[in-house]
Design a protein around this ligand. Structure first.
Ligand SMILES: Nc1nc2c(c(=O)[nH]1)N[C@H]1C(S)=C(S)[C@@H](COP(=O)(O)O)O[C@H]1N2
Ligand SMILES: [Mo]
Length: 548
């Protein structure tokens, strides 16, 4: 039989699978929409895409995380969610086609996805219990039922078989749904179109309502932030020295505005915590007087304001995950001392402070560092406003000199004193180091890689950081030439980054500019390259330019 003959016998061989796939797509859309609706009643984080995404993040090997952060940056979460939706869409289409042959298996397949979503939701560290399974279960049941119903509409008469008499069904013609002959000839097209479009419209409505409900669930939190007026700090930060900010185009601003501040966390949905309901518990080993504090309790304490540069351990040499902000908060060491905590050097039994967030993140810091006199903060304010939700509202930790993953717990709600031997927090379970002081680093902000400056005076400038040690010197090397002193901008504090500049007499041709910093302990930024895992990247930043 030739293809032509086949085509004649089976004039619409593609239509049936296409309609099956359409059933799958509608059922999949309905499943997600009704899951969204029910997550509006439970909590946004319990929705299947968020739950599976979160569970995937928890289980992603460190190397893949680093890769994702490097390639997608702060969009990594968006990419992950789009990836999940893509996979779901693909399976919806496949299950739709499968359902043509066996409607029960198609529906069972949809239910299986529901089980995966439910399991992911319950397994998340921030799960509030079995109700978190509800969105996935509701979505799957709606999707499975709908798929069964829709493919049923296609089964009146095998489509694709030649009509026994009368007109053939056509996908666009009117004949098919009319009268006996067309019914025998094909399928209940009118019924199918009505059911499919009705389901799609109802799902869109359910999804939209779910969105609204999910938005409303954060309303109390939003109001608590909007209404918040931070008290003036008892110990304000000294004003930034005039010379700390160079007037050189292209150099990072000394204070990073909140909306430009890098964001690194595992939260697919930014937790919205109502400050009025927020509590912080301090307990554990050697805590003679455990305490539970409200947000007001914190605000009634003496607030201090400090400029502190925060760095992520995932920052590559020359990378963007470093920012400097003016934080307001309470001194964590004082609070701990009031609870009876003593650092190991004074005989305290706990050497690790584990901070736990509302989304189940755990971050472990050395008690010794937190209590050694540095400005370790429970921060409530960032650059003159309450913490943005994405940066930890209402309260987060900030400890100068330590990478964020071992110090900067956002949305904090619990502090437990323990030991490094007894407990590994989230990132340590995933191959990152237990202790991670920030490595001395420097970055060339201008010229940009592959820039084409004109020969003559070219200003090279950037930032260097060695939090809590301070930057003592920055040097620049052109190609394989000698190290030349860069000019340092005024220092704000040893907990902040420091700008530098180097007036370069650029000659024509290709050149490599390399920077290195020396901190106040005399340590020169190593040229030894290290990956970000396990305790931060090392090596020197270079930029290649072509001088015209
Ligand atoms: N709850 C929570 N806190 C967290 C994280 C997180 O994933 N969850 N990530 C940490 C990491 S790795 C860093 S570098 C800093 C980043 O803080 P930022 O997003 O405000 O810049 O937050 C830290 N605090
Ligand atoms: Mo980080």
């Amino acid at each position: 039989m030739t293809d032509d003959e086949k085509e004649q016998r089976n004039p619409r061989s593609w239509l049936r699978p296409a309609l099956g796939a359409l059933c799958g797509a509608v059922a999949g859309f309905a499943a997600l929409a009704f899951a969204e609706l029910s997550s509006g009643w439970v909590r946004p984080e319990a929705g299947p895409v968020i739950a599976v995404g979160g569970a995937a993040i928890d289980r992603t090997p460190a190397a893949v995380k680093v890769w994702a952060i490097r390639n997608f940056g702060t969009d990594d979460k968006l990419v992950l969610q789009l990836g999940i939706l893509f996979v779901l869409a693909l399976f919806a289409l496949i299950l739709g086609v499968l359902a043509l042959h066996c409607p029960r298996s198609g529906s069972a397949g949809v239910l299986l996805f529901g089980v995966v979503g439910a399991a992911a939701a319950i397994s998340r560290p921030d799960s509030t219990g079995p109700t978190d399974a509800l969105p996935s279960v509701v979505g799957a049941v709606v999707g499975a039922g709908l798929l069964f119903l829709l493919v049923g509409r296609l089964e009146i008469r095998g489509l694709g078989e030649p009509p026994t008499s009368g007109r053939r069904p056509t996908p666009s013609g009117r004949g098919a749904a009319e009268g006996d002959t067309s019914r025998r000839a094909g399928w209940d097209r009118r019924g199918f179109v009505l059911a499919a479009s009705g389901a799609a419209v109802a799902s869109a409505g359910a999804g939209a309502l779910g969105r609204v409900l999910n938005g409303a669930s954060g309303r109390g939190a939003v109001a608590s932030r909007t209404d918040l007026v931070l008290p003036a700090p008892a110990s304000p930060a000294p004003s930034v020295p005039r010379g700390a900010q160079l007037r050189i185009p292209g150099v990072s601003s000394f204070t990073t505005p909140n909306r430009e501040f890098y964001r690194v966390d595992t939260a697919l949905v930014v937790p919205k915590v109502d400050a009025n309901a927020w509590r912080l518990r301090i307990h554990g080993r050697g805590v003679a007087r455990p305490a539970t504090l409200s947000f007001d309790d914190l605000l009634r304490r003496e607030l201090i304001e400090r400029d502190i540069t925060l760095t992520c351990v995932s920052n590559e040499v020359g990378g963007p995950y470093v920012g400097n902000a003016r934080w307001i908060g309470v001194r964590l060491a004082d609070l701990l001392a009031e609870c009876g905590v003593e650092p190991p050097s004074a005989g305290g039994p706990a050497d690790q402070l584990v901070a736990r967030s509302v989304d189940g993140m755990t971050i472990g810091s050395p008690v010794e560092d937190v209590m050694d006199g540095r400005d370790a903060l429970l921060a409530v304010g960032m650059n003159g406003e309450p913490l943005p939700f994405a940066h930890g509202f209402p309260v987060r930790m900030v400890v100068p000199g330590l990478y964020g993953y071992v110090s900067a717990c956002k949305w904090i709600e619990d502090i437990e004193l323990t030991t490094f031997d007894a407990y590994d927090p989230y990132w340590v379970k995933r191959k990152w180091a237990r202790g991670a002081p920030v490595k001395t680093q420097s970055r060339i902000d201008t010229p940009k890689p592959f820039a084409r400056p004109r020969a003559g005076a070219v200003m090279v400038a950037g930032v260097a950081w060695a939090q809590h040690r301070g930057i003592d010197r920055v040097e620049i090397r052109v190609d394989d030439g000698p190290w030349e002193q860069a000019r340092l901008a005024a220092e704000d504090s040893r907990d902040t980054w420091r700008q530098w500049s180097y007036p370069w007499q650029a000659t024509k041709g290709g050149h490599t500019l390399t920077v290195r910093a020396t901190d106040r302990t005399g340590t020169v930024q190593t040229e030894k390259r290290a990956r970000t895992v396990p305790d931060g990247a090392s090596g020197r930043h270079s930029v290649v330019v072509t001088v015209d």
